[in-house]
Design a protein around this ligand. Structure first.
Ligand code: URA
Length: 212
C-alpha cells in the first residue's frame, strides 16, 4: 500500500511500551495501563492534521496571536471488545469526542466474514472525524465491516488506529477502503494458521480483560 496511508508510530515511548505489552508475563492490570498509554501517544499522531484557526488571547501580559482547533468534532468507535481498551487513552486527549461501539466477531465457519452483534453510533457521526480503534489489525475482516457500517451513515473522514498490524490486514483494509489512513504502533510478520498475529501479543481481549 502507499506509504502515505500507513503511519507506523516509531516514537521510542510507544516502542518501549509495546515491548512490555508483548511480554507474556505482563499481567492484565499492567497490560491495560500500557494499552491506554500507547493509545494516548498514538492519538496524538492520529490527530496531527486537525485544522487550526487563529485566535487572540489576552494573557496577563499582552494579547497573544494563538491557535485553537477549528471546530472539527471527533468520534472514537472501538471495535468490541479489544478496541475498548484504547478509548480511555484517546479520550484523555480529546475529552469532547463522542464514542460509538461496534461489536463484531469473526464467523468461525468462515474466516472471511464478520458477524455484528451490536452497533450504537453517535447520531451525528456523519459530521465527525471518526477514529476506529482495535488492538490488532489481523485479517482486516472486523475493521472492514466496522468501517463499512460507519461509511453507510455518510461519514467520510475515517481513520483506523491499532497497536499491532500485519501486512495481510493492512493490505485487505487498504484494498477495501483506500482512503482510510491506518495508524499502528508496530507492523508484525504476519498471521499464523490460527489467524493470530505473530509474534503479536496473543489474544488482546483476553489479556486486557483477564478472561484466560
Ligand atoms: N486478535 C487478537 O486478539 N490477537 C491476534 O493476534 C489477532 C487478532
Amino acid at each position: 500500500m502507499s506509504n502515505e496511508k500507513l503511519h507506523i508510530c516509531d516514537h521510542p515511548l510507544v516502542q518501549h511500551k509495546i515491548s512490555l505489552l508483548r511480554d507474556k508475563n505482563t499481567g492484565s492490570k499492567e497490560f491495560r495501563e500500557l494499552v491506554s498509554e500507547i493509545s494516548m501517544l498514538m492519538c496524538y499522531e492520529a490527530t496531527r492534521d486537525l485544522p487550526l484557526k487563529k485566535v487572540q488571547i489576552q494573557t496577563p501580559i499582552a494579547i497573544a496571536e494563538s491557535s485553537v482547533i477549528s471546530g472539527r468534532k471527533l468520534a472514537f468507535v472501538p471495535i468490541l471488545r479489544a478496541g475498548l481498551g484504547m478509548v480511555d487513552g484517546a479520550m484523555a486527549l480529546v475529552p469532547a469526542a463522542k464514542i460509538g461501539h461496534i461489536g463484531i466477531y469473526r464467523d468461525k465457519a468462515n474466516s472471511n466474514s464478520a458477524a455484528e452483534y451490536y452497533c450504537k453510533l453517535p447520531f451525528d457521526i456523519n459530521e465527525r472525524d471518526v477514529i476506529v480503534t482495535d488492538l490488532m489489525l489481523a485479517t482486516g475482516v472486523s475493521a472492514i465491516h466496522a468501517i463499512g457500517k460507519i461509511k453507510e451513515t455518510g461519514a467520510h473522514s475515517i481513520k483506523f488506529m491499532c497497536i499491532i498490524a500485519c501486512p495481510e490486514g493492512v493490505n485487505a483494509l487498504h484494498e477495501a477502503f483506500p482512503d482510510v489512513e491506518i495508524y499502528c504502533g508496530a507492523m508484525d510478520k504476519g498471521l499464523n494458521e490460527d489467524l493470530y498475529i505473530t509474534p503479536g501479543i496473543g489474544d488482546g481481549g483476553d489479556r486486557l480483560f483477564g478472561t484466560k
